[in-house]
Design a protein around this ligand. Structure first.
Ligand code: ZN
Length: 244
């Protein structure tokens, strides 16, 4: 492949842009802002679940307490009824009612103790609900902040990427297609640099120094000849800094 030396030099600029584009893509995948957003979103889901759990338990206890109160009301009504029957009752009935009133009183005591216990648990759960809601609000704030930072980063990456893409397109317009095709092929095959400066006898891509015979080949090549590194395959761009 032959190409004008100026076009060959443009490869250096192209390689620099491509290196930055690869770094930008890497940053996009690995930025802590991305991981932070995912983590805070997970935390938020856990916080939502905790609120639901606490509120469900509170609701269950409220329902139990209402049932308990209804039962106590029944016992009290029965007590009032029995007491009403006492007046004017014969001795046998009085004895029966007295026995039942004793049972009712004990029953009421048990039910009221249970209700008290329920209400104490309900108070404790109310604290849990409050804490869970506070944690949820904090988790929501954390997500908002993480998303804000991630969006800032993304916008920054987007604009840099667009700028570099534009520069790349402009550059390509001025370069022979054959040279660009070769450059792109080397780059995709090797996954590294497609072109680099031959700097003080070293390949700028793999950093290896060219041996005597490789240098002789490069020296013998015409300026418009495209030469490549024998080690890494990168196109070697020659300038005054090349040391040949
Ligand atoms: Zn090399």
């Amino acid at each position: 492949v032959k190409a004008d030396p100026l076009a060959q030099r443009a490869l250096l600029e192209l390689a620099e842009i491509d290196t930055e584009l690869v770094q930008l893509a890497h940053r996009r995948r690995t930025a802590p802002e991305i991981a932070d957003t995912e983590r805070t979103e997970k935390d938020l889901q856990a916080a939502k679940d905790a609120v639901v759990t606490a509120e469900t338990l509170a609701g269950d206890l409220d329902r139990d307490a209402r049932k308990q109160e209804a039962e106590i009301d029944q016992v009290r009504a029965r007590t009032v009824r029995d007491k009403g029957l006492l007046t004017g009752a014969n001795a046998k009935l009085q004895s029966e009612l007295g026995h039942e009133l004793g049972t009712l009183q004990r029953r009421q005591q048990v039910l009221e103790d249970e209700l008290l216990e329920l209400m104490e648990r309900r108070e404790a759960v109310e604290l849990d609900v409050t804490h869970a809601r506070d944690a949820l609000a904090a988790a929501q704030d954390a997500v908002t902040e993480a998303v804000r930072k991630r969006d800032l980063l993304t916008a920054d990456l987007d604009s840099t990427e667009q700028r570099r893409d534009g520069q790349r397109r402009q550059l390509l317009e001025r370069m022979p297609a054959e040279l660009v095709t070769l450059y792109d092929r080397i780059r995709t095959q090797k996954g590294g640099k497609g072109a680099a400066l031959l700097n003080a006898k070293r390949c700028g891509a793999c950093r290896l120094e060219l041996d005597r015979s490789a240098l002789a080949t490069v020296r013998a090549a015409a300026p418009d000849e495209v030469v490549r590194c024998e080690e890494c395959g990168a196109i070697l761009v020659r300038t005054q800094a090349s040391g040949i």
